[in-house]
Design a protein around this ligand. Sequence first.
Ligand code: G1P
Length: 299
Amino acid sequence: MTKKVRKAVIPAAGLGTRFLPATKALAKEMLPIVDKPTLQFIFEEALRSGIEDILVVTNKSKRSIEDHFDSNFELEHNLREKGKDDLLKLVDDATAIRLHFIRQSYPKGLGDAVLQAKAFVGNEPFVVMLGDDLMDITDESVKPITRQLIEDYEATHASTIAVMPVPHEEVSSYGVIAPHGEGVNGLYSVETFVEKPKPEDAPSDLAIIGRYLLTPEIFDILENQEPGAGNEIQLTDAIDTLNKTQRVFAREFTGKRYDVGDKFGFMKTSIDYALTHPQVKDDVKDYIIELAQQLQDAE
Ligand code: G1P
């Protein structure tokens, strides 16, 4: 019988060194895209996908995450008194899901971060959502990729990993799949999963993009997983082992992905999102046109 997918794990224990000094005291997951922390986009995707419980794997410098998703009585009281219901709703939205936290005591890699979720997940299928990858954030009418993975699981009863084509020279930043033949309606059987291959060794340009639907058997594998690329315990390596005992599929994502773990990616995300934000979109658009004109004139 298919078990309902109810739980999500969000690894958020990275040190955020790429965004120093901004991340010295603030968790990188709290950096805002215009006015919303990146992690809140992930929560909203989880909510829209039917997830009921989220476990965030943090470390000791991530208190700001726990505070953000807690209720803030003083702020809510103040907004209510002033009749600022629209703002009150925005503050309330952050707390609309059941949230759990656990700490990874030592940064041993993504595989180890996911292993911290073993007791929380129990014997159920679950999703892993990486905070550096935001999908389709400018259009809420699109079916979230996490929802798609859950529907794939309901049809196949198997683990399914989201992938998308990336430029060949960039494959070494990703986990990459060797697909087995052509995909059927965007769903691929997979021969192997390889973490961060050199471009010349990569079996394809289909890269893992931070959304995973996993069966709980992954935990026994992770418990014995040796360090891999970068001397870290890699989730991709454990998935490759899982694929040898039960099928693991890859689902091709065809929407728009934003890499907010990268500085330029973060800026592009901010601009695209600002162009859809009711309060600032017109001003931002005018500014971009004006700026483009100035840059062109200066050439
Ligand atoms: C992680 C995974 C990698 C995946 C990537 C997607 O890498 O290990 O397989 O392709 O996320 O963003 P990281 O970006 O943490 O180095």
